[in-house]
Design a protein around this ligand. Sequence first.
Ligand code: MG
Ligand code: FE
Length: 169
Amino acid sequence: MTKAEEHLLDWLRDAHAMEQQAEQMLEAQAKRLEHYPKLKRRIEQHITETQGQRRLLEACLNRLGARPSTLKDMTGKLMAFGQAMGGMMMTDEVVKGAMSGYVFENLEIASYTILIEAAKQVGDTQTQEVCEQILPEEIAMADWLREHLPELTQAFLSRSATPDTEARK
Ligand code: MG
Ligand code: FE
């Protein structure tokens, strides 16, 4: 295996762990949301996309004869759990959740941009195509979150100002 092939494989494993973490975070968020149905629906749509992405990455890893890294998967799960728990302690968890979601989607955008280039370099067309298929879903989710942050902030602040009304989720 060349150095470039080794890095590509490493980055594919990282992406797989990242998608597992994404699924857990999104599921924790969707499960808790009650008063923001539009956000909940968009997150649920992205959970389905994320599961598909994980399967596509698994197929790439299998084809390259690699197992997904269990250690990294574990770390991802623990981090996701920590973040979900952290979110629950906050009185503005819906806002913090959307903010973290936007940050996470941008991490995914960077990861797939790097993977596409690395796959091109080693001539792994299948991995390149998989990552080119995934990238637009991450861009669309990041764009959606950024575009809806003002509306979400308004809804949150308005609920916060109303007596006996839950605003946080
Ligand atoms: Mg993803
Ligand atoms: Fe994503």
